[in-house]
Write a protein that binds this ligand. Structure first.
Ligand code: COI
Length: 355
């Protein structure tokens, strides 16, 4: 355990109330959280305390002007009984990119690693054992200074909480190409994992659900001609025998799962093409039969098969996903690496040893 982080244990655990066979995403939060304050121009030592409500001012700046960012990460129980946190350094890097875009102070590397490792050791019993389950980790930073003036906050809180989760989607998705609303424009905040990006997506997503779709397929803000993301995930296609995915722009989140799957596609010998992907490319691929797979990628969803893409008022159906589909094989490989069933050649696992 990182000795520098004080731990105040909960007087009793809530773990016996959890049905680990039926985990609704994000419903149950583990017994403890890590909390650190930023004031007087520096981050102070985090503490692990029982998870619970905080007392805060209704004037705090994050509520009014949106200085709030988060991360989504996962920890797994490994075959040897230890825990692995997936790509902790890449998540820390992205957290700091989001902070910097929102004019918030970056979190020092050691503070992040020590706080998270100590929290995971404290709540190690909350990491699910079952295949397809994991402990979702939610780091969150928000402006806590109480002031109505429009200004950059001088005070922040950095909290990490965790939640045992099962599969995010239960079936392949029907997605609708969005041609009216915009998730993010180039130069905006799409590249940051900031709260406002998600709040702004609620209305279009709710409307798509009312029309019988599971998610929105976001297109570029200028022409609505190029694919950006799928709901809260990055998107990938197998097109003309290649893994094709929209190239990163300032409107697209640099997904950690996206990056991992690109790396594994290279390992598996599937050529990768990161480029602009137009609606015409997709329609042509459907018509010629060369678009064989479409799937979303993200920490929560991992790999989410797409069954139908609705373009210009028409449903286009993808072939069914089978055991030899790329998305199935890459998902299995990712899982094997995380639980220690395959060598971690890219050094993605941050191991927490359980004595
Ligand atoms: C994630 O995949 O970790 C996300 O943050 C998406 C969603 C759960 C907000």
């Amino acid at each position: 355990m990182a000795a520098s982080i004080p731990v105040k244990k909960a007087s009793s655990s809530r773990i016996s109330q959890i049905d680990f066979n039926n985990l609704e995403f994000g419903k149950h939060i583990a017994d403890h959280m890590s909390i650190a304050d930023y004031n007087k121009a520096k981050w102070h030592t985090p503490q692990i305390i029982p998870y619970g409500d905080l007392s805060m001012s209704p004037a705090m700046l994050s509520l009014h002007y949106g200085q709030a960012i988060f991360e989504g990460m996962k920890a797994y129980k490994m075959n040897d009984g230890n825990l692995s946190i997936f790509r902790i350094h890449k998540h820390h890097e992205r957290l700091n990119k989001s902070l910097s875009r929102m004019c918030m102070p970056e979190i020092p590397h050691d503070l992040f690693i020590d706080a998270l490792s100590t929290l995971l050791e404290t709540d190690r019993a909350w990491v699910p054992q079952k295949d397809g389950s994991s402990l979702y980790i939610r780091p969150l930073v928000f402006a806590s200074e109480a002031r109505l003036g429009v200004k950059v906050s001088d005070e922040y809180k950095f909290i990490i909480m965790t939640s045992p989760v099962g599969p995010y989607y239960s079936k392949p998705l029907r997605v609708k190409v969005e041609e009216h609303y915009v998730r993010a424009a180039e130069g905006g905040t799409g590249v940051a994992k900031c709260a406002g990006n998600y709040g702004g997506a609620f209305l279009p997503t709710q409307q798509a659900r009312e029309q019988g779709f599971d998610q929105v397929l976001w297109t570029d803000a200028r022409d609505h001609q190029y694919i950006d993301e799928a709901g809260t995930m990055n998107i990938m296609f197998v097109l003309d025998g290649k893994l094709v995915t929209p190239q990163l722009t300032s409107a697209i989140l640099d997904g950690v799962t996206r990056d991992s799957i690109i790396t594994l596609a290279n390992d598996l010998g599937l050529p990768v093409d990161e480029r602009r992907v137009s609606l015409t490319d997709l329609i042509d691929g459907f018509n010629k039969g060369t678009l064989t797979e479409a799937f979303g990628t993200g920490t929560a969803a991992i790999v989410a098969p797409i069954a139908v893409i609705h373009i210009h008022g028409k449903d286009y159906t993808l072939p069914k996903v089978g055991a030899t589909s790329f998305q199935q094989r890459v998902k299995q490989k990712l899982h094997n690496i995380r639980i220690g069933a395959e060598p971690d050649v890219h050094q993605w696992n941050h191991i927490i040893k359980i004595k």
